[in-house]
Ligand binder design. Structure first.
Ligand code: DON
Length: 349
């Protein structure tokens, strides 16, 4: 029943289903193939519950501590959520806890710049190449002529912030917070303790902002760009809100709950392309190899993956690996992708 209603949801979802590989007439049951039809509501809830149960006791990884506040977030927190492109929610675990969005926010500021100034602006003024290096790599900056390289590493995220049209730092921050909130479908708030903790320790980002500015590759005052970026990373979201943000991209740019269009549908594939190549930083290749899905991680423990036309999958858990990506969240999403056969490049069964 849900499958039928979902397939009737939006033209975007229909287009994605229509674009799926044709199957032989004899294989009408979509349960075991990656043909683009939606799993049933029961199957979606089951796989979320299984992912939660399977990884909740995996204690590998460690909370990030270079932002001191993050070390104090309870490491046991773990939530898994799917929000479909028509707004149905399936969840397990700690999905109401507000954690700092961190680098997941970078996707939506990239989207904001594209929507406001066009895709060419991001391409020419920020770049879209993966660095294959850590998110805060000064080496990557140096290797690329002091150019930001892509919007999902810290340099590119600060460059994106600097491109949001604003007459004052306050307007820049207010616009970014408002846009991210619209993706979540509810007002989001700054977690002040995260902001203060990060603002007191972000010397490296301040340094990189100055290098970018010195080379004409940052487009407002460097301390303003770095400060608004730090605030952006300190926005609080819970796992369900992050999943709605992802589901808005899955739904071609229209928030499935509020029905508001936030980005033109022809820009969404570009956003997802950058997530595919750079969303996991120096682990982007392995992530693509294992899942075939665009995704973005944050050092606060959140990860969202997007299945175009169908759903977003979120995992949240604070312990991260050496690349800054949440261990339990990666495992849970990977499990769901395999179980539901969601790899965009084809069936893994
Ligand atoms: O600038 C930083 O280092 C943090 N505000 C964001 C880094 C981050 O989330 C890396 N992602 N996994």
């Amino acid at each position: 029943m849900l499958a039928a209603s979902l397939m009737a949801v939006t033209p975007y979802a229909q287009a994605a289903v229509a674009a799926a590989p044709a199957k032989p007439a004899a294989e009408k049951d979509c349960k075991d193939c990656a043909c683009g039809a939606m799993p049933s509501a029961a199957d979606l809830q089951k796989v979320v519950d299984e992912a939660y149960a399977k990884y909740k006791d995996d204690n590998s990884g460690k909370n990030a501590d270079y932002i001191p506040y993050l070390a104090s977030v309870p490491s046991k927190l773990f939530g898994v959520v799917i929000v479909t492109a028509d707004g149905h929610v399936y969840s397990a675990g700690d999905i109401g806890y507000a954690f700092s969005i961190q680098s997941c926010s970078k996707v939506f500021t990239m989207a904001q710049v594209m929507e406001e100034s066009g895709a060419e602006t991001v391409l020419k003024k920020v770049g879209v190449e993966p660095t294959g290096m850590p998110f805060n790599s000064v080496v990557a900056l140096g290797m690329h002529n002091n150019f930001a390289v892509n919007p999902l590493v810290n340099c590119g995220a600060m460059a994106s912030v600097s491109l949001v049209k604003a007459g004052s730092p306050d307007e820049r921050w207010t616009k970014i917070l408002a846009y991210q909130s619209k993706f979540a479908g509810e007002p989001l708030k700054l977690i002040d303790e995260v902001y203060k903790s990060e603002a007191a320790t972000n010397w490296r980002n301040r340094g990189m902002a100055h290098i970018l500015y010195n080379n004409g590759n940052l487009y407002c005052d460097p301390l303003e760009a770095c400060d608004v970026y730090t605030k952006q990373c300190s926005i609080g979201v819970n796992a369900k809100q992050l999943a709605v943000m992802g589901a808005t991209l899955a739904n071609g740019g229209v928030n499935p709950l509020t029905k508001e269009r936030l980005i033109a549908s022809n820009l969404v594939p570009k956003v997802l392309a950058v997530m595919s190549t750079a969303g996991f930083y120096d682990e982007s290749g392995v992530w693509a190899y294992n899942t075939g899905l665009p995704a973005k991680t944050g050092v606060g423990g959140g990860i969202f993956a997007v299945v175009p036309g169908r759903m977003a999958i979120v995992g949240f858990s604070p312990p991260v690996n050496t690349a800054g990506n949440s261990v339990r969240a990666s495992e849970a999403i990977e499990y769901i992708v395999k179980e539901l056969d969601l790899n965009l490049y084809g069936s893994m069964k």
